[in-house]
Design a protein around this ligand. Structure first.
Ligand SMILES: Nc1nc2c(c(=O)[nH]1)N[C@H]1C(S)=C(S)[C@@H](COP(=O)(O)O)O[C@H]1N2
Ligand SMILES: [Mo]
Length: 202
């Protein structure tokens, strides 16, 4: 076998204490890469809202001060990007999606997150609830930078990071699962990093 085919050489292996925390095919990065398919969004806070919609109707909506007034929590999470970098113990602050979804009475099983700039990504409701997803507005003790999705983004660390929609403005509740932006272009409909669900045929 030629050395050239062994492309994984030169990647450092998981440092001591991180065994079992880096999913297959991922490597650790110290930086925080920015991955956006279009321009960074800059919506003024006085025009910002987060809404929950169903069948095109708004069921609930929060202004920026209303979001800030909700109970928040500090989250320490490992994040995994489909482009193969992972980052352990990232620190966030935000509101549990459970808190927001509890404001509406719905039995829909799926959601499409929508964002300033037009990005969308789909998630089952069970992945947005159960204390596994947040509307995050702080990173590392400071307000979330626009490049990383500020004023607020979804944080769904148990799925590949493309599900953590930046500049998120709400979720549309759906009866049937439907592909979002990257899912339409061949990314996996669910995106579990531990199962390496990168592309639609994985
Ligand atoms: N609105 C929006 N959210 C987005 C994206 C995007 O292009 N637009 N890119 C996704 C992808 S592919 C990744 S890997 C992460 C990157 O987040 P970061 O730039 O904070 O590292 O954001 C996700 N959320
Ligand atoms: Mo990505």
């Amino acid at each position: 076998m030629s050395a050239i085919s062994r492309g994984f050489h030169g990647r450092r292996s998981a440092p001591a204490g991180t065994e079992g925390r880096v999913p297959p095919g991922q490597h650790l990065t110290d930086g925080f890469p920015v991955l956006t398919s279009g321009p960074t969004q800059h919506t003024p806070l006085d025009q910002w809202t987060f809404s929950i919609r169903r069948d095109g109707k708004e069921l609930a909506s929060w202004s920026w001060p209303e979001i800030q007034a909700l109970p928040a929590e500090t989250i320490t999470a490992d994040i995994h990007c489909v482009t193969r970098w992972s980052k352990l113990d990232t620190q966030w602050r935000g509101v549990r999606m459970d808190t927001l979804l509890a404001a509406v009475d719905s039995d829909r099983g799926y959601a499409m997150a929508f964002c300033d700039g037009g990005y969308t990504t789909n998630l089952p409701i069970r992945d947005l609830t159960n204390g596994r997803a947040w509307l995050a507005y702080e990173y590392d003790g400071a307000l979330l930078e626009p490049e990383h999705g500020g004023p607020a983004r979804l944080l769904v660390p148990h799925l590949y990071l493309w599900k953590s929609a930046k500049w998120v403005r709400g979720v549309e509740l759906l009866e049937h699962n439907k592909a979002g932006f990257w899912e339409t272009y061949g990314y996996h409909i669910y995106g579990d990093p531990w199962k390496e669900q990168r592309y639609s045929n994985d």
